[in-house]
Ligand binder design. Structure first.
Ligand SMILES: Nc1ncnc2c1ncn2[C@@H]1O[C@H](COP(=O)(O)OP(=O)(O)O)[C@@H](O)[C@H]1O
Ligand SMILES: [Mg+2]
Length: 223
């Protein structure tokens, strides 16, 4: 079933955070497998905290040798597969994109970050050429300020639109709650609202992200 990969050449932009937020949100109502194809194994480390839903499975230790088998097996078993990859300059990333139904490119809202993101767009284009069709994809703006849309982000978004690069309407805001799941394990619904600021807002953000990703995948499947 649908495979969604997180790809970006830059570390620290929020790929792993977006992958876990999206996967835990989808797992509220579907079976989900996260494939941890980052040699640093951040999703595995999160999973070892042991508070995630039983219908969310994590496959760790995935690399260029075994990623295509891992994705194929996971998509036969789970309703959604989310793949977290480190960087783009690897066969692992190229295979992940090649086997995806939808590729998300997490990107912080600055011109420098957007330039980096174009490297991800290149492997998406190349993978599309190999598989005989454009891979559906979108930029996901991450760590954005929930209170204001900076002029910088507005500028970057406009430049991307001009260049014909799609971006999700939903951004992943900078929120304490999105950091907290990596300290406490599980998803947002496993956090204690008395201990995490604005948890309700983070939950609404995660829900909007999952809904938009599902809608985009439905569009792709029906077209
Ligand atoms: N939406 C967010 N809100 C708050 N902190 C975030 C968010 N996304 C990422 N971070 C923080 O930024 C850092 C890098 O995030 P990470 O998801 O590991 O990025 P990547 O996988 O691209 O290297 C981590 O410290 C993480 O907690
Ligand atoms: Mg990561």
């Amino acid at each position: 079933m649908p495979v969604i990969s997180m790809i970006s050449p830059k570390g620290g932009v929020g790929k792993t955070t977006a992958a876990v937020v999206l996967a835990t949100e989808l797992a509220a109502s579907h079976s989900v497998t996260i494939i941890d194809a980052d040699p640093n194994q951040p999703v595995k480390t999160w999973a070892e905290l042991g508070r995630h839903a039983a219908r969310l499975k994590v496959i760790a230790g995935v690399n260029q040798e075994n990623i295509t088998d891992a994705i194929e097996a996971a998509s036969a078993e789970s309703v959604f597969v989310v793949v977290d990859v480190e960087g783009t300059a690897s066969l692992t990333a190229a295979y992940a994109v090649g086997m995806s139904d939808f590729v998300l490119v997490p990107c912080q809202g600055s011109t420098l970050d957007a330039r980096q993101a174009t490297k991800a767009l290149k492997i998406i284009r190349d993978a599309g050429r190999l598989s005989g069709g454009q891979k559906p994809h979108a930029i996901l703006f991450t760590k954005t300020n929930p209170a204001i849309r900076t002029r910088n982000l507005t500028h970057v978004a406009r430049q991307l639109t001009k260049a014909g690069i799609p971006a999700l309407d939903t951004e992943l805001n900078e929120r304490e709650a999105f950091r907290s799941i990596f300290s406490f394990g599980g998803g947002l619904s496993d956090l204690d609202p008395s201990e995490v600021a604005n948890l309700d807002k983070a939950k609404a953000n995660a829900k909007a992200l999952a809904k938009e990703v599902m809608d985009r995948i439905k569009e792709v499947i029906s077209s």
